[in-house]
Write a protein that binds this ligand. Structure first.
Ligand code: PEP
Ligand code: MN
Length: 337
């Protein structure tokens, strides 16, 4: 249930209600809004507990959240969550663009990709050091050496870094060198990993599972939030359907729908969503028009030489042209780029 406090509730009043909830056996999560504070009480649904709380002068009302996700729901946090990382905000009126090669392949390739995306206006460099590949014979990523290169490029360019975590054992190591930790589609329901990510205080980019419903996706976010890490960014990256012309089917209706259900920022990955570089510009424009808070786009200095996902990667010229086009679309929907 959520406990909505009176508009004039001060810190003392908020603590009083939070302590009462703790004594009643509830776990308490706080959401501080512009107008009022809401306390999310995680525990058993008990009508009499709600009556007791409603009798407190500090409490305006108690609401039972009907969806299975609680902390991810708009009931708990009516305003949009805006995540601030070193001067870059994700979920506010400015769009966030994360771009770069699918994988770190070497210093020269990474540096070139980084300067390319930075000069075109992206704020975050995205590249995988650990790669979850379908075939054990495909390039598996540079792993630890890749992390060192990401750190180096971060220092040289000032770009934020997002990179993928593969398991719960490497969360600490990744948290030291990444600004945002990516959970890939294949790990969206790796609950041990999600629990570990709930313990850290770093933003997590949670990709939608390739066969996950929107509810399952939001429940995966709930795992992280319930651990006390409230910095979750959702990423729609396409789902499996019967259509073979595209790698996945990009579900753009998920963007406005998730924004109704949840306060978390939502970005779109048209690269994995389509698997074809020729479709990426149109789907990027559509994503921004649909209300996405940002984009994740694969960009490689030489896509034809990429060790992974070359066919869906833009080259530097294509990416720069797309960023220019997106400015107009963003302005049409009241956003900046
Ligand atoms: C990636 O971002 O390169 C990746 C592997 O993505 P996904 O998990 O969406 O397939
Ligand atoms: Mn990729």
């Amino acid at each position: 249930m959520i406990v909505v406090l009176n508009r004039d509730a001060d810190e003392k009043a908020i603590s009083k209600v939070a302590e009462k909830l703790n004594r009643m056996g509830y776990g308490v999560h706080r959401s501080t809004g512009e107008n009022r504070t809401i306390l999310g009480a995680i525990g058993e649904r008990r009508e009499e507990a709600a009556h007791t709380l409603e009798a407190m002068p500090e409490v305006e009302k108690v609401v039972f959240v009907t969806s299975p996700f609680k902390l991810a729901s708009r009931d708990f946090h009516p305003e949009n969550t805006v995540i601030e990382i070193n001067g870059v905000s994700i979920g506010g009126s400015a769009l966030a663009v994360m771009a770069g090669p699918c994988a770190v392949e070497g210093e020269g390739q990474l540096l070139k990709a980084a300067w390319t995306v930075k000069e075109a206006g992206a704020q975050v460099l995205r590249a995988g050091a650990f790669k979850p590949r379908t075939s054990p014979y495909s390039f598996q990523g540079m792993e630890k050496e890749g992390l060192r290169l990401l750190e180096k490029v971060r220092r040289e360019t000032g770009l934020l870094i997002v990179t993928e975590v593969m398991d719960q054992f490497t969360v600490g190591e990744l948290a030291e060198c990444a600004d945002i930790i990516q959970v890939g589609t294949r790990n969206m329901q790796n609950f041990y990993l999600l629990r570990e990510l709930g313990k850290i205080r770093k933003p997590v980019l949670l990709k939608r599972g390739m066969s996950a419903t929107i509810e399952e996706w939001l429940m995966a976010a709930e795992y992280i939030l319930s651990g006390g890490n409230y910095q979750v960014i959702l990423c729609e990256r396409g789902i499996r359907t019967f259509e073979p012309y595209t790698r996945n089917t990009l579900d753009l209706s998920a963007v406005p729908l998730v924004k109704q259900l949840s306060h978390l920022p939502v970005i779109v990955d048209p690269s994995h969503g389509t698997g074809k570089s020729s479709l990426v510009p149109a789907m990027s424009r559509a994503a921004v028009a649909a209300g996405a808070d940002g984009l994740l786009i694969e960009v490689h200095p030489h896509p034809q030489e990429a060790l992974s996902d070359g066919p869906q990667s833009l080259n530097p010229g294509q990416f720069a042209a797309l960023m220019e086009e997106l400015k107009g679309v963003a302005a049409c929907v009241g956003r900046e780029l």
